[in-house]
Design a protein around this ligand. Structure first.
Ligand code: NCD
Length: 309
């Protein structure tokens, strides 16, 4: 039987192409399941999953919970929205709680980069990283590239630009790894202050002119400006950011082709993307959300089948 090369999903960095193929094929199957009148399968009746959210989240938390329930797993939820969580302390507490509750899998969002890796070294449970600070957000990148594959047939050879706050975005980093692994050409676009200095070392190109980047791409993934991760100002004003890096009808109409528009949510309507574009057929934003459940079912199912062995 084919299986994942990893026991945890800590980042796209740790996956290989075969893992992604397997996750996508499994997600195709679950996508069919969740469109049936009876949307549940009994696969994980004997598995208990803890969702630990130390940082705010709406769609990711709901999407994981739904995915777990559609697989018939037992689910417990813990959310502690707090920015002052100190590494070590809280995580060790969490570890002890998890051990005593006999949990098989932990889905964790945490403000500290590497929090999932730390936990995976201290508990026997399988860990799924649901976002660790500005580091990785692997299931988001899986559902994003799955959605590109669904809309355009394949990811390999496609030109994808990621626009906005690359510096603070775990979605950007995970997407870069996932897109490169699947053979896409990747460009990042944004104000120089929001582009990490050595980003080209990841095999991506850099463009500061949005119009040029859009003219080049098949897909534009528009990121939210992560104001909550900024201690200083990285650009003069939101208005100026929108003027230079906001996606609107005028700029899309000026291209000589129709591109696919993506956004991981939550959207700041009128800042990085106008409402008419976010709600248009060109945007696959709600497909991304729908695919998120199937992709997370696939990840959880495949990791759980390794626990069961
Ligand atoms: C992203 C996140 O939390 O990293 N949202 C999400 O998971 N859908 C992106 C963001 O907050 O802008």
């Amino acid at each position: 039987m084919r299986e994942l090369s990893v026991n945890h999903l800590l980042g796209i960095k740790y996956l290989n192409q075969g893992d992604i193929d397997l996750i996508f094929e499994t997600a195709d199957h679950f996508k069919e399941v969740i469109n049936r009148p009876i949307k549940k399968v009994p696969s994980l009746r004997d598995i208990t999953i803890a969702n630990l959210f130390f940082e705010n989240s709406t769609r990711t938390r709901l999407s994981f919970e739904l995915a777990e329930k559609r697989l018939s797993a037992d689910v417990i939820n813990f959310s502690a929205a707090s920015s002052s969580v100190k590494k070590g302390e809280t995580l060790i507490d969490t570890v002890n709680n998890i051990l005593s509750m006999k949990v098989d899998m932990v889905v964790m969002r945490h403000p500290n980069p590497g929090a999932g890796i730390f936990l995976s070294n201290h508990v026997k449970a399988s860990i799924v990283n649901a976002g660790d600070g500005a580091h990785e957000h692997p299931t988001q990148a899986l559902l994003d590239t799955y959605s590109i594959r669904e809309r355009l047939g394949e990811v390999a050879g496609k030109n994808v630009v990621i626009v906005g706050d690359i510096l603070h975005s775990r979605v950007a980093l995970s997407n870069i790894f996932a897109l490169k692994l699947q053979g896409a050409n990747v460009k990042v676009c944004g104000p120089k202050t929001l582009l990490p200095k050595y980003i080209e070392r990841l095999g991506v190109s850099v463009e500061t002119d949005l119009r040029k980047a859009l003219q080049w791409c098949d897909v534009a993934n528009m990121l939210r400006v992560q104001n909550e991760r900024m201690e200083i100002s990285y650009f003069p004003s939101t208005r100026e950011y929108t003027q230079q890096y906001g996606l609107n009808k005028e700029i899309l109409d000026s291209l000589d082709k129709e591109i696919v528009v993506m956004h991981p949510g939550p959207i700041n309507r009128g800042v990085e993307i106008t409402s008419d574009i976010a709600d248009s057929d060109q945007a696959i934003i709600l497909d991304q959300v729908q695919n998120g459940v199937a992709v997370r079912m696939a990840v959880i199912y495949l990791l759980a089948s390794k626990i069961k062995q």
